[in-house]
Design a protein around this ligand. Structure first.
Ligand code: ADP
Ligand code: MG
Length: 455
C-alpha cells in the first residue's frame, strides 16, 4: 500500500467518526508526504487545519493508521499551501503516475465534489439506493416527487432514525430533478445551516436579501428540520419562506428524525404545514436487505468479499446503514493490505460494530432517551405527579426497562421511588395494549428504541 492508498483508507474511516461538514473542512487537501518507519508526516493546507487536526483529531488519525499498519506509532503535521500541490500535479510528466492511476475509485472523496450551486452530493442517487419493506413508502413517494416536483406531494416529509438513508433519499430526488431538467433550480440546505443563515440575516438586517436568494428556487430540500424546534424566530421566517414557495408550486422536501407530531416546540402552524403533504418513514432494514445493501456497495466499489464474511456482517451489524457501510469499508481496507482475510479476522475487526442489545441498552440509556424524546428532564420521569405529559413517558420508560432489559416488576418499582410493583405491571400492560391499538405510540416507541440502540 502506498502513501496515497494509506491516506485514502484513513479518510474512508474518518468519515464515520466525524460529521460531513467537519470532514470536508479539516481533511480537504491533506495528504501523507512521508512515511519513515514509525512516523507519518501529513501535509495540511494551512495553520488553521494544522491546529485542528493536531489538537482534535491526532489520536483518532493515529489510531486509524495504527489499525491499518501497526508499525506506525507517531504522527506529525506540516503546512504545505495548496498551490504547491496543484503545481506538482500539473508538472508530473506523462499525466498521472502509476500509483495514482491505480487509486481505487471507491476511495476518491466524493464528499469533496459537492455541487456548489445545489449543495448536492452526486453520489446520492436512486440507482444506488436499495429499497426494501423498511423504506419502500418513502422511496415511492420520493420517486413520485422527483418525477413531478411541486405537483404530487408537497411538502414531502421523510423521517426516521440516524443512518437510515434520509439524506441519501432526499438528495437523490434533487439529483434526479437536476438531471432531468437543468433549468430547475434545486437547493439542498442542512437545517443547521438554514437556521444560522436566518439568524445572521436577522442580526445584519438582511432578511429581505436572504429571502430574495431563496425566491428563484424550484426545489428546496431541508435536511434534519427537527433542528428548527424551539428556535422561534427561525420558525417564523421559515413559515413565510415555506408559504411563498408553496404558493408558487415549488417543491419542498424535508427530513427529520421524527414525525411532525413528535417534534416538541414546533409551532402549530408549521406542524400543520408539514403534515399537509406526504409523510413517510424509513426504518431498519432486515437481514436480507442488509445483505443486498452490502452487495450493492461492493459492486459500486468494484470489490468482492467471501460470502461467509458478507453474511457475518449482515447478520451482526444491525444498528443502521451507515454502520453497515462503515463495517464493510473496514473489512475492505484490511483485505487490501493483508491477503489472509478470513472469518475470524473479520470478527475481530468488527468488534466495535457488533453489539448485543445488552451491551448498549442500559438503565441510564433508557431513562435518558425517553426523557429527551419527550423533552423532559430525567428527574421529571420520577416526579410523583399524574400529569399526562409525565405519566405517559414514565410508563414508557417502565415498559422499556421490562421489555428491553428484562427488569423484574419489583426492580422497576424500586427505581421509580418504591412504588408498589403493581404500578409497574399496570404501566407495562397499558403501553403494550396501546402499542397494538395506537399507531402514533408504536411510531414513538420505534423511534425511541432506534435511539437507545444507536449511541
Ligand atoms: P440519515 O440521513 O438517515 O442519517 P444517510 O442518508 O446519511 O442517513 O445514510 C447513511 C449511509 O447509508 C449513506 O452512506 C447512505 O448512502 C447509505 N444508505 C442509507 N440508506 C441506503 C439505502 N437504502 N441503500 C443504499 N445505501 C443507503
Ligand atoms: Mg442525514
Amino acid at each position: 500500500m502506498n502513501n496515497i492508498e494509506l491516506w485514502q483508507s484513513v479518510l474512508a474511516q474518518m468519515q464515520f467518526h466525524i460529521s460531513k461538514a467537519n470532514f470536508a473542512t479539516w481533511f480537504q487537501n491533506t495528504e501523507i508526504i512521508s512515511k519513515d518507519n514509525e512516523k507519518i508526516i501529513i501535509s495540511v493546507p494551512n495553520a488553521f487545519s494544522k491546529e485542528w487536526l493536531s489538537n482534535k483529531y491526532n489520536k483518532l488519525i493515529l489510531k486509524t493508521l495504527h489499525d491499518i499498519d501497526d508499525s506506525i506509532k507517531e504522527l506529525d503535521f506540516v503546512i504545505k499551501p495548496q498551490t504547491a500541490r496543484g503545481v506538482q500535479l500539473k508538472a508530473a510528466p506523462g499525466g498521472y503516475s502509476e500509483s495514482e492511476k491505480q487509486e481505487d475509485p471507491q476511495l476518491k472523496f466524493e464528499e469533496f465534489k459537492i455541487n456548489k450551486e445545489t449543495n448536492l452530493n452526486p453520489r446520492y442517487m436512486f440507482t444506488n439506493f436499495v429499497v426494501g419493506s423498511f423504506n419502500e413508502l418513502a422511496h415511492a413517494a420520493a420517486l413520485a416527487v422527483a418525477d413531478n416536483p411541486g405537483f404530487t406531494y408537497n411538502p414531502l416529509f421523510i423521517y426516521g432514525g440516524t443512518g437510515l438513508g434520509k439524506t441519501h433519499l432526499i438528495q437523490a430526488i434533487g439529483n434526479k430533478i437536476g438531471e432531468d431538467s437543468k433549468k430547475r433550480k434545486v437547493k439542498y440546505i442542512s437545517s443547521e445551516k438554514f437556521v444560522s443563515s436566518i439568524v445572521s440575516a436577522i442580526r445584519t438586517n438582511t432578511m429581505e436579501v436572504f429571502k430574495a436568494s431563496l425566491a428563484p428556487i424550484d426545489v428546496l430540500i431541508l435536511d434534519d428540520i427537527q433542528f428548527i424546534a424551539g428556535k422561534n424566530k427561525s420558525q417564523e421566517e421559515f413559515f413565510h419562506v415555506f408559504n411563498s414557495l408553496y404558493e408558487k408550486n415549488k417543491q419542498i422536501i424535508l427530513s427529520s428524525d421524527r414525525p411532525p407530531n413528535a417534534i416538541a416546540e414546533l409551532e402549530d402552524r408549521l406542524r400543520s404545514r408539514f403534515e399537509g403533504g406526504m409523510i413517510a418513514d424509513v426504518s431498519l432494514p432486515d437481514y436480507e436487505t442488509r445483505l443486498v445493501i452490502l452487495k450493492t456497495k461492493l459492486q459500486e466499489k468494484n470489490a468482492d468479499l467471501p460470502e461467509d464474511i458478507l453474511d457475518y456482517i449482515a447478520a451482526n451489524v444491525k444498528k443502521n446503514i451507515r454502520e453497515l457501510e462503515g463495517a464493510l469499508n473496514k473489512i475492505l481496507i484490511y483485505n487490501k493490505i493483508n491477503q489472509e482475510l478470513n472469518i475470524e479476522t473479520a470478527k475481530k475487526l468488527l468488534k466495535g460494530f457488533v453489539f448485543s442489545p445488552f451491551d448498549i441498552a442500559n438503565y441510564k440509556k433508557i431513562i435518558e432517551t425517553v426523557a429527551k424524546f419527550y423533552n423532559l428532564e430525567e428527574k421529571n420521569l420520577f416526579d410523583p405527579t399524574r400529569r399526562k405529559e409525565i405519566v405517559k413517558p414514565r410508563q414508557i420508560a417502565m415498559f422499556l426497562l421490562r421489555r428491553e432489559l428484562k427488569y423484574s416488576f419489583p426492580a422497576i418499582a424500586r427505581k421509580f421511588g418504591g412504588k408498589d410493583h403493581t404500578t409497574a405491571i399496570y404501566a407495562y400492560k397499558k403501553i403494550m395494549q396501546e402499542n397494538e391499538e395506537n399507531n402514533k405510540l408504536t411510531e414513538e416507541l420505534n423511534l425511541i428504541k432506534q435511539r437507545i440502540y444507536s449511541a
